[in-house]
Write a protein that binds this ligand. Sequence first.
Ligand code: SAM
Length: 292
Amino acid sequence: MTIESHPTASVEKNTDLFDTPFLSEHYDLLLADYFKTKLLDVPVYWQLLKKCTQPNPILLDIGTGTGRIISGLIAEAKREKLDISNWTFLGVDISQHMLERAKTVTSIPPKSPTVQWIKGSAQELEKLPPLCNGAQKVGFILFSAGAFSHLYEKGQPEQFFSQVAKVIEPRTGMACISIAKSFMVTETGKEFALPQIDGPKQIESKIFPGVIYENRILSNETDGNILTEKRIIDVMRKDDGQEKVIERNHVSSMFRLWSREGFTKMATHFGFEITDLMEGTEETYFTLQLKQ
Ligand SMILES: C[S@@+](CC[C@H](N)C(=O)[O-])C[C@H]1O[C@@H](n2cnc3c(N)ncnc32)[C@H](O)[C@@H]1O
């Protein structure tokens, strides 16, 4: 196998799981089956969203990625023939590449809500243009697929909770935060790792002709409450029967591990009450409301 230069991307780099046009597609392809057959989280958020008492609610999907949950919620409304055209869905992510893909893959049929894709951070929600200066409050917030654990640095989860408290509708607004069971501390001696994905080692791109992704996990290490996973994601092109690597991504992902008690204590500290706790097969879903 040879490594050649690529006009749009550096050949070899340190990155996260989401930060090139190739990686954003790879994310969707790698996890497609896992989302469809194992995680099954869209109905959880849909049932909660329907309980929202805000007239014409605003939904804030933090770490929206390629818009999977927003697409799923729009599909649920269509299936139930519910007219949600006066609702607003805000898909927020720090990765521009994930947002670009969200824009292209999300189908928005008639009677859909207004959808806005916004580059922004979970730690700076009050700076998002639609929410600036408390202009509007949010009826429903979600942070799906265990993405909350990406906030692994000291002070980040605290910043997140204080931001949610600023933008959520007091008392009636709901925030649902999922934590992957693989990131939950439940017993001593547990070995942590990203959720087991039985995806193929090689995946063909659907949008880049001749491109194949290859994904290799190198290590999973836990230090205190931080899990570090290292992997290589190669982007290869088949040429004259030969595979050439056109982008080699050294991916280092860090995740914070949580106990149920630790999460509850922090949420409570910022004035939240856990109003619902749901155990899915892959995740625990914490629903929070601001007490006053
Ligand atoms: C595991 S993916 C989840 C994507 C999507 N919510 C889903 O369920 O398929 C995590 C996403 O969170 C984003 N992300 C990570 N840290 C973030 C932060 N501090 N603020 C906003 N988005 C963040 C990543 O860029 C990535 O798109």
